[in-house]
Structures are given as C-alpha cells and as structure tokens.
Design a protein around this ligand. Sequence first.
Ligand SMILES: [Zn+2]
Length: 175
Amino acid sequence: MRRFRRLRTSTEMRRMVRETDLDKKDFIYPLFVAEGRGIKNPIESMPEMYQYSIDMLDEPLSLIYDSGISRILIFGIPAHKDDKASSAYDDNGVTQNAVRYIKEKLPNLIVIADICLCEYTSHGHCGVVCNGEILNDETLPLLAKMAVSMAKAGGRHRCTLGYDGRSSGCYKNSS
Ligand SMILES: [Zn+2]
C-alpha cells in the first residue's frame, strides 16, 4: 500500500498542493429565529448555537458581522404550524420579520431565506400531504407564495432565496 504522506509533511508543502482554500467569504452563518420575546435557547445538537427571538438578535448579529462573515441563512421557527404551512407565506411571519429587521440593521449583510415548508407544517413534511404522500402540484403554489413573501420582506435590499423544497422533487430549476 502506498501512502502519500510526503505531501502532508509541512505547512509549506500542504500549502503548495492544496486544491481547496476556505475563507470567511465562503461561509454562510445559520441563524435560527424563534417567534416570541426574550428567547435565547441553546441548540443541544449544535454547541454554542442558539435559537433567538428577534429582540435578541443584536448580539449574534454583531458577532457575525465583526467576524467578517457576510452571509447568513435564516431558519424561522414559527409559533403556529398547520397542514398548509401558512406561517411560511405570512408577510408578518417570524422569518419575514427577521429578514426585515436584519436588512434594516445591516443592509450589507446577505440574508438568505430557505424556501422550505418543513419547519412550518404541523406534520413536518416539506409540502401538502395526502394519504402519506407529498402532493407536488398542491405544494408548488405554497413555495411560490413563500418565495414572494420572503423577497418582499427583503425590501429594496432584497433577500436571497435558497430553494430547499427542491429536495422533495417539487421542481428542478431554482433560477
Ligand atoms: Zn423542506
């Protein structure tokens, strides 16, 4: 068996042969925003990560901004969930309000909203479910409404959209 450790022996050698460089500009910070007030709940599976309510966002936002990371991905945690994911496309929903708040405060931060219904449905699936199946035709208009609502929340600064619903096979192109 051959081991190619020769190329790993020193920092200089590794630097020379490295194919991938990671920089702050490559990272997107996930921000979990819960509906309510005064919330800073630790996320057990992600050490040092918390769910914040909007009134508690200033602390993580300044940490993120000062660290040089310029992109965040918001995961909203709505108080109300139902089988049509109505909080996902409520213009006054927790995610939309978070986008609005962050864009007002830090207009240069790139805010990405995840277009995905999982967190907003009472059953946790990424779409309308009937007899144990996700119905793509019924789900698509909801994803579209969510995308429009998130884009509107970004206002003149715009909100970038991440299309996660694609993983359920609801559509192919995200452009
Ligand atoms: Zn989803």
